[in-house]
Every structure is written in structure tokens, then in C-alpha cells.
Ligand binder design. Sequence first.
Ligand code: EPZ
Length: 428
Amino acid sequence: MEKFVISGGKPLKGSVRISGAKNAAVAILPAILLTDEPCTVENLPEISDVTTILRTMQSLGAEVKVINKSTVQINPKNVNSYVVTKEMAEGMRASSYFLGALLGRMNKARVAPPGGCDFGVRPIDQHIKGFEALGARVTIDSGMVDARAERLSGSSIYLDVVSVGATINIMLAAARVSGLTIIENAAREPHIVDLANFLNSMGANIMGAGTNIIKIRGVEKLHGTDYSIIPDQIEAGTYMLAAAATKGDVLIENVTPKHLESIIAKLLEVGATVEEFDEAVRVSMSNRPKQCKVKTMPHPGFPTDMQPQMATLLSVAEGTSIITEGVWDSRFRYVDQLTKMGAKIQVDGKMAVITGVDELTSAPVKAVDLRAGAAMIIAGLMAKGITEVEDIDHIDRGYEKLAEKLRELGADICRMPIIPTDAQLMDA
Ligand code: EPZ
């Protein structure tokens, strides 16, 4: 086990290159199961969620060839299993995408319930509603989600909640079924558009991705493709906020500025300077942030996956800020960690009231989930003194070479092994 050790108080300066989008990668890789031909995927982030998906694909029978650190070639020709076990599924939410992909490939899928970050209840009822509308019978037995169909056919599905996962899973299941499938109240995140572009490059016929109505005209066969994944919106946003929070000046390269609009708007509101280029943004800040109100919403709203990082920036703002979480029931578990560092935050249900303090102070903290972990790293970079962040396997799920990238920007951060205490060694 390892931890990050940060000696904070230094402004980030320089440039950082953003990796491929985690949440696009974890949808696009399972989509390869919808063809029998090899596919090459470029700009994959080097993160543990991608490794988990690749391992799962191998266990199903796919051949995975690593071309270089961000490119793999996958040949799904010999995939003959439709079962994703608990060991494979529990580490991540995106394992649910094997339900849609295997159903689309073999008309059957048996997948252990997905794991991933703990934000309270994480239902998959809308995914199931979609599969059933396409003609599948979905049951839960022996702790596995089992979906089967004699034959799937196109259908109209209205999502009761805007769900990224359900939108993706229905697109996967429907790409090859006969007839027209319409998803209404669909999610509009950049990774939904990227998945649609990927499937279309395989010969699928998907229209409307990026709007709230997606139309999928099923095709009989999909072919192999070469595809490069979009830049990671949330990794980019995390470095943007880290630049502002440390009163730094950072050029964030390999981004799609359009995907960052809601984050840029909030940075401008708190007093940062943001310059936009074709494939880069530059963020700098010299003063204390101003207070603001933030409500997280599905895209194009302010992303829930930037909420903990934003709370960290606002913890030192002038005045009182309010964050309302509009997507998840319980995404403030990190607040206890931030208050250990001197932040003054009161949570009432889905709302956090943040009274800005002059500065954060270093303390030992934990990454309670992926983005909460990113928030602790930003807090550690802001606070003078040594901050240690434990449970960093959450962070490794979604941020490629975090310490290396931050060191390039002048941060003092390293990974250190956690030495177990005598009592822990006795227990082991
Ligand atoms: C995706 O999760 C992302 N994960 C999450 O990012 C992100 O927080 C979330 O979308 C919202 O943007 C991946 O893409 C792998 P949802 P997902 O289905 O698909 C409710 C990160 O940090 N809901 O859009 O699981 C649900 O309870 C991760 O990278 C239902 O009620 O999220 C929630 O309130 C963490 N029934 C809301 O919809 C369902 O069947 C949005 O969930 C499905 C969801």
C-alpha cells in the first residue's frame, strides 16, 4: 500500500498534457465486443480502471495486444464467455457496460453488480428498463445480473433520470438489433458522443448523441476500426482548479475547451484568469478566490465529478459559498477529511455551506473515492506543511501519472509505501 506525501504551499507553474478520457475509455473498450474484427484504440489513459476492463475482456476470450503505453489492439473474435464475475466487476462501475455489450453480441450476459465509488445507492433500474424494452428478460440471481433474449428489437425508451450509464448501456445493446431504438431524456456527456462516434466508425448508425434524444438504427454487423479517445474533461478540470487553488499559472494542453465551459465559467466567477486556445486552456490566479454558488447537474451543467475539487478551492474563498449536489444522493463523504485540514463546511443533505478560511493546514487524510482523492491532493498542494493522503488506489483508478504530472508543474509530491504498524502486522 502506498500514500501520497505532499509538501504544499507552492504555486503550480508550467504546462501539463491531459490524457484520454477515463469515462470514454471504459465504455469504448467493452463496445469492441460488438464486432469480430480487431480494433485499435489510441489515447487510452494509463489508469487502473482501463487495466481492469482490459483484463475482463481477456477473461472473456478477447486477445489484447499492447502497441504502446496509450494504444491497444483488441481482437474479440474468440470471445465466447458471457460471464463477468464478482472479482472482475467489483472494482469499478463501468463493469455494467459488459451487460449491454455482451447482450448486443450474444443475446445474453451475466455480470456481477458493478462496484465503483460509494455515493450512496447506485441503482441500475434504468439500464434494466432499457434492456427489457429491447426484449431482454433481466433477473438477479445468486448475486448476478442476468440478461437474456431470444431476439432483441428496436424500441423507444424514456429514461426517468438522466443516466450516463443507462444511456451508454442501451446504445451498446441496441447498436446491432433490428429496427430503430430511441432513447429520450438521454445523457449528453462528451463520453456519450465519443462512444457514438466510435460505434459509428465501426459501421453503426447512431444519431443525436450530445442531445437528449438519441436514435439508433440497428445494423447487422459492425466492423473493426482505429479510434482515438477524447481528452479527459475531468482530469483537465482538476488541473485547472489545482492551478487556481495554488495561485499558479498553468497551460493545460490536449483538451477540448468546449467540454470545459461550465468549469471555466465558475473559475472566472471566483476571479481566475482563463485563456482558451484551440486545444489548450491557461488558468492563472493571484488573489484569494471569491465566493460562489455551484449546482452540479448532468452535462452541460457543472459536473458532479468536479464537485469535491471545487469545494476545496472554495474552502479558502472570501465569504460563504454554497454547493448543491444535483446528481448523487451522497457525495460529501470527503468533507470530514477536508475539515481535518481546517476547512469550515457544513453539509445539510445535498447542500454544503462553505465558510471560506484564510488557509488550509496540512493533515493526514484519506481519498474516500476517486474525485474526493483529487480534492485531497489539491488541498495538500494548497496547505503549507506536509499532507499525507492514504487510500490512493481510488486516485490511481482515474488519474494517469498524477504525481509525475504535478512534479513537472513544480509540486513537491511523491508516493511512499505505507509501513504497517506492529499491530497491523500481527493482524495480517
Ligand atoms: C457516470 O456514472 C460516471 N461514471 C460518474 O463518474 C459520474 O459521476 C456520473 O456518470 C454522473 O456524471 C462513468 O462514466 C464510469 P449515472 P453512472 O447513471 O453512469 C441515478 C468518476 O468520478 N440512476 O449518470 O453510474 C443515479 O443514482 C465517476 O469518474 C438511477 O436512478 O451515473 C444518479 O443519481 C464517478 N437509475 C444519477 O442517476 C439508474 O439506473 C446519475 O447516475 C442509473 C442511475
